[in-house]
Design a protein around this ligand. Structure first.
Ligand code: MG
Length: 204
């Protein structure tokens, strides 16, 4: 099934261009707006797989919209479009739940890899959250312990992913899949597998 996308970009020409590329690439553009304050509603209404948000827009900026989208009870990957001069926003964007970004003006060939990265990073985050929820069920519902556990898992998994990418040349999503599948296969946790990857006892 085609991935469903909502676009928020106030420059009409860029929005049109983006929509055409997405449709050519087989995506289903289910909603579009030039206003940051309208996009959250579009996401709520259309339940897309992905939201592509410009940073500077009337109504609300893309990061504020990303924060609002992250607060919805929906799983939506968020990709932001930044101008080169806004590169300092990238850290803030990550904290707002943005999974990937693309610097404008972008090349057509850059769009699909950026979308794949956004979707893959979201799936990773959801897998970590799902595991943390299982842990919470087994630790008597201690939310504080779960939050710390999630942070630690994310830190270990990121470190192990970096090692797998550097030493074995794996793509980021393949590195994560290796950790996840190994954990499932050995009925252990992703954080345990990540530790084994980091100390060299588990290799692809
Ligand atoms: Mg703009």
């Amino acid at each position: 099934m085609a991935r469903r996308v909502v676009i928020a970009e106030d420059e009409a020409i860029i929005r049109l261009d983006l929509k055409e590329i997405l449709q050519d690439e087989g995506y289903d553009v289910v909603g579009e707006t030039g206003r940051g304050d309208e996009v959250v509603d579009l996401v709520r209404r259309h339940r897309p797989d992905l939201a592509i948000l410009d940073v500077k827009m009337p109504g609300a900026d893309g990061l504020a919209a990303a924060r609002a989208i992250a607060g919805l009870e929906q799983r939506v990957a968020v990709l932001i479009l930044t101008a080169f001069s806004q590169r300092n926003l990238i850290e803030e964007a990550r904290e707002a739940g943005v999974a990937a970004y693309l610097v404008k003006p972008f090349q057509r060939a850059e769009l699909v890899p950026a979308i794949d990265q956004a979707v893959s990073r979201c799936e990773q985050e959801w897998a970590i959250e799902a595991e943390a929820a299982q842990v919470q069920a087994s630790n008597g519902g201690n939310a504080q312990a779960t939050a710390e556990d999630k942070l630690e898992t994310r830190r270990l998994v990121d470190g192990a992913k970096d090692l797998l990418m550097e030493r074995y040349g794996l793509a980021e999503s393949d590195a994560f899949n290796f950790i996840q599948k190994t954990a499932m296969g050995s009925r252990s946790r992703m954080s345990d597998v990540a530790r084994q990857v980091l100390d060299g006892t588990t290799t692809p």
